[in-house]
Structures are given as C-alpha cells and as structure tokens.
Write a protein that binds this ligand. Structure first.
Ligand SMILES: [Ca+2]
Ligand SMILES: [Ca+2]
Ligand SMILES: [Ca+2]
Ligand SMILES: [Ca+2]
Length: 320
C-alpha cells in the first residue's frame, strides 16, 4: 500500500516535470507527500523503475534479466481437469509465462494431475521441474501446494518444507509451503511462502503469517527477500482490505482495487506480499489469461475461478 502511494508520487512528479505550467502548489504537495513516506522506503524505491500501475494485462514473457514469480489457485486441480485437454493447454501456457509459479488447490488423491501438467508444459521443449507439498487440510478434503519452475532460470537452494506449526497450535488449515530459490543467471535469491487460506478464517490466518515470516527469517538469516503469495481470500466478507493486518508493514503488490476472480465478482483474493522491493523490475499484477488468450467466459472459468498474480524481479543486483 505504501508502494501505491509511491507510484502516485512518481506519477505526480513526472506530471510536474513534464508540464511547464506546474504551480508552486503542486510542488509543495509533491514535497509534502514525499516527506510522509518513511526514509527506508524512499531509499529502496529510488533505484527501482516505476512499476507499471496498469500491469493487470501483460503479453510479454519475462526477459532473461528478469524472473517472473507468481501464484495461481487452479480451483480443484485434479484428474477431472487433467482429462480436459483444452483446460490443460491453457494451464500449460500460463505456467510457461512464469519462471516459478506457486500452484494452489491441487486436490488429487492419485497425484497424477500435476506431473501430467508439467509433462505438457515441457512438451514444447521447455525444462520445467516441480516440487510438491504433502496433502494438507483438517478434513478429508486435502490440498497440495506445488512450485513449478523453469529449471534453466531458477534453482531451489534447499529442501522446501511446510511451515511447522508450533506444538499445540493449529493456526492454518493448510500451512504455508516454504521454498528458497535462486536465479541461475544472476544473484537474486528469495524465500517463497505460498498459502491458500481457509475463507472462514482468512483474517486469522493472514494475521498468523507474520509468525511464518519470522520462522523463515530465522532459518534464512542472511536473506532479506521474503515473498508471501497465494489465494489469501483477502477481500469481501472474508477479510477487510481497508482495515489493518499484521502484515501491513510489508509491500502488498496486488492493489486492493484489482480483481483476481475470473467470474463477474470483483475481489482481490490473491496477493503478493514482499519484504523487499529493491529488485522489482517494472511489472507486477494480475494475469488476465482470458483477455490474453481470447477465451470465452466458459473456457476461462473451466480453467479456474482465479486469475494468476505475478511479479517481475531483476535477476542481478541483489545484495542480500
Ligand atoms: Ca535476496
Ligand atoms: Ca479489492
Ligand atoms: Ca472478476
Ligand atoms: Ca533483496
């Protein structure tokens, strides 16, 4: 949310810089706003290219100097979807836009749908690999998380693990799946934490994520790049996006007014929250694959009720 403020400031600054009739009043406003942004944030974003506010649609695959990281809730992904070639083709195309994507809502006792998808992704000569969590959930309806990644661009730097909930506590229906990664063609490294919250307890689970972050920071003590992402159910009746949360001090990239649902509803359920935005490389947003691929509403919702979200980071220049 701070980031958005900064974007506004940049836009105002640019406008002011371009329009020769800018008044002193505007200048004062700009200075006043800049002062209100706290010092570390200012320093961090000064070196960062202006994020494209209107990046909810993107056509470009990430260039070589960029890693595209993201998350996608593939709504009950299992054998039924795996048996639909037209759905699988869209999923494969979506996966290929990423260097690493955190998949949620894999519901598949047979555990065959995900390997089938990765095989399809690679059928064009790509070299994607994946890791998958154990089946998680408090009821018989279990879900798995997975990271699917381009093995020519990203490597895992440790064994991924699900968050070990402290003895005697059960804060999450499906505890986050944590993976440390590094760019193969650069020095960017980060720790990813994917979560699909339970809608009924979304607020409680979101407010428990700072404990997961703290845990990850204790394991990866030299790292400054932690990214929490996934279907947080962070909107509507599940979560008050205008209120406060225990993650407010971090950078929420997916703006509250963006829609991550493929149906006619308008909710920002899916989020990307970063501790460090020094390596942001211009784009982040919601990947509207229906617009991108020219799909009908029926074709779109057959794939998922969610849009994927993404962020691009520079592969080089990371010092932590
Ligand atoms: Ca790093
Ligand atoms: Ca919203
Ligand atoms: Ca929608
Ligand atoms: Ca960093």
């Amino acid at each position: 949310m701070k980031l958005k403020l900064f974007t506004v400031i940049i836009l105002i600054s640019l406008t002011y810089g371009c329009v020769s009739t800018g008044t002193e009043q505007v200048q004062n406003f700009v200075e006043q706003q800049v002062e209100e942004v706290d010092e570390p944030m200012q320093e961090e974003v000064v070196d960062t290219p202006t994020p494209e506010e209107d990046s909810s649609i993107t056509t470009s695959f990430s260039p070589d100097d960029t890693l595209r990281i993201g998350a996608f809730n593939v709504q009950v992904f299992g054998v039924t979807k795996a048996d639909k070639p037209e759905v699988m083709d869209v999923l494969a195309d979506i996966v290929r836009t990423y260097d690493i994507v955190a998949i949620q809502e894999i519901r598949d006792k047979s555990e065959t749908a995900l390997p089938e998808l990765v095989e399809l992704v690679n059928s064009d000569g790509s070299s994607y690999d994946y890791v998958v969590s154990e089946r998680l959930g408090r009821t018989t309806s279990k879900e798995q998380y997975a990271y699917i990644y381009d093995s020519t661009a990203v490597e895992l730097t440790g064994d991924p693990q699900t968050y070990p909930e402290p003895e005697g506590t059960d804060p999450f229906h499906r505890q986050p799946y944590i993976a440390s990664i590094k760019a193969i063609n650069g020095d960017y490294d980060a720790v990813l934490m994917v979560i699909h919250t339970d809608p009924d307890e979304a607020t409680e689970e979101i407010n428990a994520l700072d404990d997961v972050l703290e845990y990850s920071e204790s394991i990866y003590s030299d790292e400054k790049d932690f990214i929490i992402m996934g279907d947080l159910n962070a909107d509507g009746s599940y979560f008050n996006e205008d209120g406060t949360s225990d993650l407010d001090e971090y950078n929420w990239l997916i703006d509250d007014d963006w829609d991550t649902t493929t149906k006619s509803t308008d909710y920002t359920y899916d989020r990307i929250i970063m501790t460090d935005i020094s390596e942001l490389n211009g784009q982040y947003g919601v990947f509207m694959y229906d617009v991108e691929y020219g799909l009908t509403e029926e074709e779109t919702t057959a794939v998922s009720d969610h849009y994927p979200v993404f962020v691009d980071v520079s592969v080089s220049g990371d010092v932590d």
